[in-house]
Design a protein around this ligand. Structure first.
Ligand code: 5GP
Ligand code: ZN
Length: 113
């Protein structure tokens, strides 16, 4: 999508600090990190949010979750990590392109809401 921030980051039109890329996903550091490690794992295909996941495109979600442990290992997150995906206004989603936050590097608080 031409007007999507993360589509522009994926193409390099907007710069980012890349940590991983393959033909399906792009991962980069969050500009406003909420933990010592805060990486965004983004399927390259434009899907607005988890409501847009279907049988036709769910392979990119599965692939994202294959990549996440590799990123966690590369980031040294031996104590564990959290994966978060916000969907919609009540969840605080601000970028309408499906993405997975990978958070770690400290003991994360347990508040979920
Ligand atoms: P959401 O709130 O949609 O779940 O997550 C969007 C995330 O994108 C936020 O954590 C925000 O800090 C991050 N973000 C927004 N704009 C940029 C940007 O231009 N570059 C990077 N690297 N991260 C961004
Ligand atoms: Zn997009």
């Amino acid at each position: 999508m031409s007007d999507c921030l993360f589509c522009k980051i994926i193409t390099g039109e907007i710069p980012s600090t890349k940590v991983y890329e393959d033909e399906t996903v792009f991962a980069f550091r969050d500009i406003n990190p909420q933990a010592p490690t805060h990486v965004l794992v983004v399927p390259k295909v434009h899907i607005a949010d988890s409501n847009g996941v279907s049988a036709e495109n769910s392979a990119v979600v599965a692939h994202s979750f294959e990549v996440i442990p590799k990123i966690a290992q590369a980031e040294g997150l031996t104590g564990g990590y959290r994966v978060v995906s916000n969907c919609g206004a009540d969840a605080g989603q601000t970028v309408q392109h499906l993405h997975f936050h990978v958070l770690g590097g400290k003991t994360l608080n347990l508040e979920m809401a």
